[in-house]
Design a protein around this ligand. Sequence first.
Ligand SMILES: O=C(O)CCC(=O)C(=O)O
Ligand SMILES: [Fe+2]
Length: 479
Amino acid sequence: MDGPEDTDTLLALLCSLLPDNVVPSQQALLEALLQAEGNVKIAAETLSKQRSSDSSKRKRHAGLDDWLTRSVSPHNVEGQSFLPSSATRAQSQLESESLNKKPRSGDGVFTIRRDSLPHSVASIPRLPPLMLSSPSLVAQHTPCTLHLGVLPSELASRLFYTMLYEAQDWSRNQWWLFGRLVESPHRSSLYIRHPVDGSNEASWQGITRAWYNGRQSETLKEFPSPMEEACRIIEKTVNVEMRKRRRSPLEWGGDPDDPDGQKFTWRANFAAANCYEGAKEGVGFHSDRLTSIGPYPTIASLSLGTRRVFRLREVIALDEIGQRTPKTFDITLPHNSLCIMHASTQECFKHSIPPRSTIDRFHPPHPPPADLPELASDPGNCRINVTFRFFRPDFHPDTIPRCKCGEMTTLRPDMKGRQRKVGGSVKERSESTGGDTMGYWWTCTAGDQNEGKGCGFWKVVDVKAEGRGPFVSDYNNKL
Ligand SMILES: O=C(O)CCC(=O)C(=O)O
Ligand SMILES: [Fe+2]
């Protein structure tokens, strides 16, 4: 999973730490986070303790709401994130520094952070999530498709048990936020498929460092055999689906033909696996890091075990703010379902697995494989997610620009349309002309690990000058 870039991740983390009977408003959550200088554990303790004195607090929250609303002015509606995302770090370096500063004595916490407050949290009304309860509704409203019962039932069970066993060694991602080390509320791991483009595994090791937010400890594991079996089936499903869709110019165009002469073949060479144990584990809103998978990637996300809600939230461009409200969609992902995040999902939406108060118990339809050692986790209480991805050779770690910290930079889409030349609604961006209207940055994210201190490096991506490709657009030109 990716490092946190925004308030939502922080809010999700905070929610996951709260007892079921504590359900504060978003403003109350933000206030607690500010007071705790971003330490989610302290914020959670404060909120839990404050619960008994609700009536006096309500008065204070109304005051804060009022203050937040008043603080919004046309020139500062820009930031949707509580923390400036790395993509905007250069222009909001000062904000970022003020966020990392400890409050001076006598400073109201709101006074010192006035410029960096989450304007959009206060200013952009959020529509309640719309539940998309069938594959056709998913396809109609989002750039994703949902495929139920995608694997043979026995293989789905075998892969579930295998990954649950593997998950015992997975770790929680960690990163620095507000000067504190925070931890993802789920465990994850990265897997490599062999052979990868004829290159040796060592050449991809750099990717694990970036993947695990700079921690070198993890080594790449190979796909276990049921994952390989599943991957072959999933590749077929993805290719059938992709061939029905219009391709975006910046998508990978390097594997134009498969052995059957079909145009464009999607394949997976890496997989990121996640394990969510119990109702409270989840992942906050994020879009997947594009550094290795490039623009407009296709990601095939397999769900195994207990069903959970996958939440997608539109990110609207700055010029759309005030004109329309970003939509949020909930998709229930049952055991053995595949959600394909097609091209543009990462550019136009953020996604999350929100924590719940309860989850359905999962009854695996098959017993564990006889040769598998005993599991430490209760299978009825867990969800395994495997996201199959294609790491592009033209975005190999050796070719990724380094920032002044000496670390690999991160590829970020210009989700809010800051540098977009041609205006383009989310619909236009997701449907066709993505390559023409979407810009990208290389940005420093070294601060995720280095006690929050990055160098603020960012530069606009120029895929041609950087010698990347081939893209779908290059392929089309040759026709
Ligand atoms: O568990 C899921 O369905 C989502 C996982 C995810 O967002 C990720 O691995 O980046
Ligand atoms: Fe993700």
